[in-house]
Design a protein around this ligand. Structure first.
Ligand code: SIN
Length: 504
C-alpha cells in the first residue's frame, strides 16, 4: 500500500468538500480532485427556507416536483437541516448576494411557490460555494490532490478498503466516499463538464453496490443553443438559469408565441421536467433545433445574470434586446448509488454523497436549486457518521486487497450517441430494447455500464413519471411512485434489474 488514511473522498465538489470539511477535525481525510465538476457551474442558487418561508413549504414543493417518488424522510432532512448548513457556509466566508436594504437577495425558480433561493455573484452561486468550501477545507488541514480513481480496493469479504488512482497509487482507507457527481458525459450534450462521466456509479456497481432510480435523468429546459440552426448540440453547454424565468423571462417559439401559457398553473415556472417536455414538443412540432427565452423584460440583465450574459455575448446575442436561443440538455441524475440517510451503500466501507448518491430526496425530478443544498446537508451528515464510527481498522489488514478496476470504454462516442437518441427526454419501449442490444456490443467500460443501467431502468418503468417520459406509457400509474427500480451487475457484468418498495 503506497499510503493509508482514514477516509478517501472521490470528488471535490460541494458534497465531497462538505464531507471532508466535516471530518477534518477528527479524521485523516484525503480528497481526490478529478478536475472541476458540476459545482462551479451551478448558477441559480441554494434553495433554503428561512424568514417568512418555512421548511414544510419547501418540502411540499420538493415532493410535488419529485412526482410522488420522493422519500419523505430524506426530504425532511434536507429542508430542516438546510438553513443551518447555509448559515455555516456564510460563517465560513461564503458571500451571498444582498438586496439594497441588506437582506439576502432571494429568487424564484421552477416549481417553487416562494422566493427561497439565495444566490451569489448574481448567477455564479456554485463557483462561490466551491471557493468558500475549498478554502475552509484547506485551512482545516484537508489534503486535496489532483488525481482520480481508476479502481477500488476490496478485501476478500467484499469490504472496500481503499482506492487505486490513475497514477497507480494504492491508497488504503477505512472508508471510501464517492462524491463524483452525475453522468453528463454519457449524453452528447449536457450542462455538466466532460469530467462528469459517471465513474462513481460504475465503481459502485463493480464493487457490488446497487443503483436506484437511474431512469430519472433530468434535462434542464434552457441550455444555451450555441450551434447553427439544425445542428446537433455537442459537449458542455452553457446554462441559462431558471432564475432568469424567475425574474420574468418567458419561453416562446420562433413565431413569438408563449410556450408555457395555459400548460401549467405555474406557466414558465412549472417544474423543469414539465417545461423541458413542452419545449421538446414544440421543437418536434416545428422541426426546430431550439426555442427562445425572451428576457427583454428583465431589468439590468447583465448585472443580475453576468454568467448568462457573458455566454450570450459569445454567440452574439444581447438578452436585453434579443430573445435567447435555448434547448433542453442533460443536467442532473436524480437517482444514483443507493444509500441510507447517512450515506452508507450496501457495501461495507463504501459511501456516496451528492449527485452520485440516491437517498430518494429528489424522487422522479429534482426541484431547482436543491442540489447544492443536498451536497451540504448530506455531506455534513456523512461526516458526522464517519466521525462516530469507521468500519474497520487499516492498522491490521488481514490480506492484501484486490483492485476492482474501472476499465476503459471501447467506443465512448457510440455510447453517447445511443443514449442521446434513445434515452433522452422521450423514451419508448422498443427503442430502449434496441438501445440495450446496441450497448451490449460495446463492452464493459464505465460509460457503457452506466448507460446500460439507465436504459434497463427506463425499460423497467412502464409509466411516465417526473423526468422519465415514456411515449408508449404516457400515464402516471397511481401506485408507480411506490417502488424504486434498482440495478446491480450480475456475474457477467450485465445489469440485473429489480423493483423494490419505497421506504417512505
Ligand atoms: C439553474 O440555475 O437553472 C440550475 C439550478 C439547478 O440545477 O438547480
Amino acid at each position: 500500500m503506497s499510503r493509508t488514511t482514514d477516509v478517501v473522498v472521490l470528488g471535490a465538489g460541494v458534497a465531497g468538500l462538505s464531507t471532508a470539511l466535516g471530518l477534518a477535525a477528527t479524521r485523516g481525510v484525503l480528497v481526490l480532485d478529478a478536475g472541476a465538476g458540476s459545482t462551479p457551474w451551478a448558477q441559480g442558487g441554494i434553495a433554503t427556507a428561512f424568514g417568512a418561508d418555512d421548511p414544510q413549504a419547501h418540502a411540499a414543493d420538493t415532493m410535488i416536483a419529485g412526482a410522488g417518488a420522493c422519500d419523505a424522510d430524506a426530504v425532511r432532512v434536507l429542508v430542516e437541516e438546510g438553513p443551518q448548513r447555509v448559515a455555516e457556509l456564510i460563517a465560513l466566508g461564503g458571500r451571498l448576494d444582498h438586496t439594497a436594504n441588506g437582506e439576502f437577495a432571494r429568487t424564484l425558480e421552477g416549481g417553487h411557490h416562494f422566493a427561497r433561493i439565495v444566490h451569489a455573484g448574481g448567477d455564479a452561486t456554485g463557483a462561490e460555494v466551491a471557493r468558500a468550501l475549498r478554502a475552509a477545507a484547506v485551512a482545516a488541514g484537508v489534503e486535496i490532490i489532483a488525481t482520480s480513481a481508476s479502481g477500488l480496493l476490496r478485501a476478500s469479504d467484499g469490504t472496500v478498503t481503499g482506492v487505486l488512482t490513475i497514477d497507480g497509487e494504492r491508497i488504503g482507507a477505512r472508508a471510501v466516499v464517492l462524491a463524483t457527481g452525475g453522468l453528463g458525459y454519457v449524453y452528447r450534450a449536457s450542462t455538466n463538464p466532460a469530467v462528469v462521466r459517471g465513474d462513481g456509479l460504475a465503481l459502485a456497481l463493480r464493487a457490488g453496490a446497487a443503483l436506484m432510480d437511474m431512469e430519472f435523468v433530468q434535462f434542464h429546459p434552457t441550455a444555451l443553443f450555441t450551434g447553427a440552426p439544425g445542428e446537433i448540440q455537442e459537449g458542455q453547454l452553457p446554462l441559462v438559469s431558471e432564475a432568469v424565468r424567475g425574474a420574468g423571462a418567458v419561453l416562446v417559439d420562433a413565431a413569438g408565441n408563449r410556450i408555457m401559457a395555459g400548460r401549467h398553473p405555474l406557466e414558465d415556472l412549472a417544474p423543469r421536467d414539465i417545461v423541458a417536455r413542452e419545449i421538446d414538443a414544440v421543437m418536434t412540432r416545428d422541426g426546430a433545433s431550439h426555442v427562445f427565452l425572451d428576457a427583454r423584460s428583465v431589468g439590468d440583465f447583465a448585472r443580475r445574470f453576468p454568467t448568462v450574459a457573458a455566454a450570450c455575448a459569445q454567440i452574439g446575442v444581447d438578452p436585453a434586446t434579443q430573445p435567447i436561443p435555448v434547448a433542453p440538455a442533460e443536467h442532473f441524475l436524480c437517482g444514483g448509488v443507493r444509500v441510507d440517510h447517512r450515506g452508507a451503500t450496501d457495501v461495507p466501507g463504501l459511501y456516496a454523497v451528492g449527485e452520485v448518491a440516491a437517498t430518494g430526496v429528489h424522487g422522479a425530478n429534482r426541484l431547482a436549486s436543491n442540489s447544492l443544498l443536498e451536497g451540504m446537508v448530506f455531506g455534513r451528515r456523512l461526516a458526522a457518521e464517519l466521525t462516530l464510527q469507521l468500519p474497520f481498522d487499516t492498522a491490521s489488514p488481514t490480506q492484501e486487497p484486490q483492485a476492482v478496476a474501472l476499465g476503459e470504454d471501447e467506443d465512448p462516442q457510440a455510447v453517447r450517441a445511443i443514449m442521446t437518441r434513445y434515452a433522452g427526454i422521450r423514451r419508448e419501449g422498443n427503442s430502449l430494447a434496441a438501445a440495450l442490444d446496441q450497448l451490449d456490443e460495446l463492452g464493459e467500460g464505465p460509460l457503457a455500464t452506466v448507460a446500460r443501467a439507465v436504459v434497463a431502468s427506463a425499460a423497467e418503468r412502464a409509466e411516465s413519471r417526473g423526468c422519465h417520459w415514456r411515449s408508449d406509457f404516457a400515464q402516471t400509474l397511481p401506485n408507480g411512485g411506490r417502488h424504486h427500480v434498482v440495478v446491480r451487475l450480475d456475474e457477467n457484468g450485465r445489469p440485473e434489474v429489480e423493483k423494490t418498495l419505497k421506504s417512505a
